[in-house]
Design a protein around this ligand. Structure first.
Ligand SMILES: NC(=O)c1ccc[n+]([C@@H]2O[C@H](COP(=O)([O-])OP(=O)(O)OC[C@H]3O[C@@H](n4cnc5c(N)ncnc54)[C@H](OP(=O)(O)O)[C@@H]3O)[C@@H](O)[C@H]2O)c1
Length: 335
């Protein structure tokens, strides 16, 4: 399969190349794409060198599938051009996620909504992906009424420049800043811009995307999203109220038996999920499972995952794998 990676020089794009190689996705030809400043740069993939090209050149080469991670405005402009040429786009930005004509997919939850007619498929927000992977088996058994989530998000979620800011600050170098404040030794309770209701866009993404992916508008979600000076993954404290009561050991079994989840919940031995342990892994790690003793049918838990992998690259590649396995690439109406 001819595969274009748009944003191949970025944090997510680099991880996509790594995940495509590791999972042995059947890439016959790689087309790396980035901004004009990177054209001609060499990218190594499975020991072979590929030159970065422009989006226009990439479309001319007619890839079967294009994995986009080059920001929302690039996606809004370029993804339709790929789709019109019959190329299946899997997009990591927020550009298409809430478009009612586009599918928003986490394979463990709702891959079955995909058809050959879907030419632009949206990859959800990283914090939302790891949360819905854990919510899905619980919703199927106990029906979720309300979720209260607070996030502790890695600087890798903001891209290369944010990682540079953290390490510059740590070394005492006065470099460019992508956050409005110092991030090293600090906690910033703002991710993305504020909206009129006082929530940030990141918080609204978690609220709205969860309902869309789970296919259930009745699930109430409220979120506080926070940036912390950590690499390796996002962590989430999640309080879940169900319609029906649950048994804690059954919750552990349900989660352990669900695809993509690893339960790390052995407090006697101080075992719980942490970003250092989740780094460069594909799974969603769940622990600190306990009843909320202040309210009936309510569970507290702690969810950690590598935002660049399951939160972005791995989820996108899993969507491509599903499409390939079901023969849904290159078959659609626009093809
Ligand atoms: N980081 C995460 O955890 C995460 C998770 C989910 C989704 N995302 C989304 O993924 C996207 C990329 O994030 P990132 O963290 O990888 O950012 P990043 O490290 O800043 O990389 C951005 C990439 O986009 C390329 N690019 C920029 N403008 C372009 C243009 N006009 N045409 C073609 N390529 C262009 C850049 O190329 P140059 O190197 O040439 O500038 C670079 O390859 C964003 O939309 C982000 O919201 C990120």
């Amino acid at each position: 399969m001819k595969v274009a990676v748009v944003g191949a020089t970025g944090l997510v794009g680099t991880k996509m190349l790594q995940v495509l190689a590791e999972r042995n996705f059947p890439v016959t030809e790689l087309i790396p794409v980035a901004s004009s400043k990177s054209i001609g740069k060499e990218i190594t993939f499975k020991g072979r060198q590929f030159k970065v090209v422009s989006v226009e050149d990439a479309i001319k080469q007619k890839p079967d599938v294009a994995l986009f991670s080059a920001g929302g405005s690039t996606s809004l402009e370029q993804a339709p051009l790929f789709a019109e040429a019959g190329i299946t786009v899997i997009d990591n930005s927020s550009a298409w996620r809430m478009d009612p004509t586009k599918k928003l997919v986490v394979p463990e939850v709702n891959a079955d909504v995909l058809t050959a007619d879907d030419k632009i498929i949206a990859n959800p927000n990283c914090s939302t992906i790891q949360m819905v992977v854990a919510l899905k088996p619980l919703h199927d058994h106990y029906k979720i009424k309300r979720v209260v989530v607070s996030t502790y998000q890695s600087v890798t979620g903001t891209g290369v420049k944010a990682v540079d800011q953290l390490f510059n600050e740590r070394k005492g170098i006065d470099g460019p800043k992508v956050y409005p404040y110092t991030i090293d030794l600090n906690v910033i309770p703002q991710i993305d811009v504020f909206t009129e209701n006082g929530y940030t866009k990141e918080e609204m993404k978690m609220i709205l995307e969860t309902k869309k992916i789970m296919g259930d508008d009745s699930i109430k979600v409220t979120a506080t999203t926070v940036r912390i000076p950590v690499m390796g993954g996002h962590s989430e404290s999640v309080n879940i109220e169900f319609l029906h009561d649950f048994d804690l050991s059954e919750v552990r079994t349900l989660l352990s038996n669900s695809p993509g989840i690893v339960v790390v919940d052995d407090t006697a031995n101080l075992k719980y999920p942490m970003p250092l342990d989740a780094h460069d892994k594909d799974e969603v790690f769940v622990g600190r499972l306990r009843r909320d003793e202040t309210q009936d049918n309510t569970l507290n838990c702690w969810i950690v995952s590598d935002n660049l992998r399951k939160g972005a690259a791995t989820n996108a590649v899993q969507i491509a794998e599903y499409l390939a396995a079901k023969n849904l690439i290159g078959q659609g109406i626009e093809a």
